[in-house]
Design a protein around this ligand. Sequence first.
Ligand code: BES
Ligand code: MN
Ligand code: ZN
Length: 494
Amino acid sequence: MKIQATDTPLHQWSGDCLGVGFFEEQAEQSAAFGTLNSALDGLLQEVIAENEFKGKSGETVWLRTPSGSGLARKIVLVGLGKPEGWSLEGLRQAAAAIARTAQKQKGKTVAIALPLWEQNATLSAEAIVEGAVLSLHQDNRFKSETENGSRLYVEQIEVLEVGDRAAAIAKAQQICEGVILARELVNAPANVVTPMSLADTAAQLAQELGLSLEVLEKEACEALGMGAFLGVAQASDMPPKFIHLTYKPSGTPTRKLAIIGKGLTFDSGGLNIKPTGSGIETMKMDMAGSAATLGAAKVVGLLKPDAEVHFIVAATENMISGRAIHPGDILTASNGKTIEINNTDAEGRLTLADALVFAEKLGVDAIVDLATLTGACIVALGNDIAGIWSPQDELANALLSASDQAGEKMWRMPLEDKYFEGMKSPIADMKNTGPRPGGSITAALFLKQFVKETPWAHLDVAGPVWTEKESGYHNTGATGFGVRTLVNWVLAEK
Ligand code: BES
Ligand code: MN
Ligand code: ZN
């Protein structure tokens, strides 16, 4: 898809579909309305009146212009809500509404004219491109034949009224490539995305982008004492892969960061098997943290920031066989801590434990992990908001502002040390699960046992990585959540 910024005036743009945004109750006062309405001899005014278009957020109305008018073939009016609440996320959603309408109308050439956010044409252009591109992304890889309705009609998008923004547009397109990679990894079922295929994806990124890659096989993990990760992996017929992908800038790095993603390509629950109704059939998504990690690696490789970044995934499945860990088994992690497994379905934290120990040994300045860790986090924050835990306010705030800029919602949760009492084991250093109340907090406290002094943050993304219904710039299925927050965080000054 070709995307560019042009300064064609609205009434001279003559492609298939022109999308224009209007703030609530202000449509008729706006310059865009005046220009288009007089070019249309008052038709726009009539359409707005007939449709009772108010400009409320989410409202869309489209009209066909008279042939020979020299205008766009169709004009889409999009409501933006109150101007006080205008945001980058509003821009993404409005651009998505325009792109979706153009696609439904089978438009090939599309123009988007929306008000800037805080006079910042660069960030505004980026947000418009993200909203349009991500809303048009469809994953038809697993359909035998592309059905008529599912082909992509939109071929070209022009962003109007943002000045010359070629660099911003290119950057946003690269960010979208990372988000789309993450979505496709999560959408693919567990018989397609396996620990081996995740390692292959990392190898492909390494080759394309000049990153370095180390994949630790089972024996190498054994040598490092990764008993927690390997305990989870031991029932699967697929070999585990511990993936370590590294981006190094050409000069001296300004800082060194590690990003860890939970990479369970399928979570059956193990011997504490997930019963019917628990969502076992969606557990291909239990590698969404690793998908965001690899998606971010792609973008970092393309954008080449000044920071050094380590991308780490302890990839495996959580399965059942004669070799499966028994409830009650005791595993020893690579930092020497022992864990009594009182529930084999709390497997993500076990894989992350060894990944955290590995990351800290790299001597990085900060570690962030992303994991579809607990159903309890979904109970606490719902499907749209990720939980964030960190002992360090500075790191937590940096991630919160990165997420805010990305429009990926997060809410800081407490690391309530007292709750770790529920994880005490009579026989080992700790159990892997505590009581039901505060389940996402005890999971975070468990992870904390495997980080000594490096600033660390944990993101529980179980809710927002998946959506059952199309909304905004997300389509049904994987959302690619986390990629844009990670990229903003890596790109930030500090
Ligand atoms: N992968 C799941 C968490 C999950 C649930 C992700 C729903 C996405 C949607 C995780 O491994 C898990 O099974 N957690 C258990 C922990 C419990 C046994 C303490 C849970 O949340 O029920
Ligand atoms: Mn589980
Ligand atoms: Zn899991």
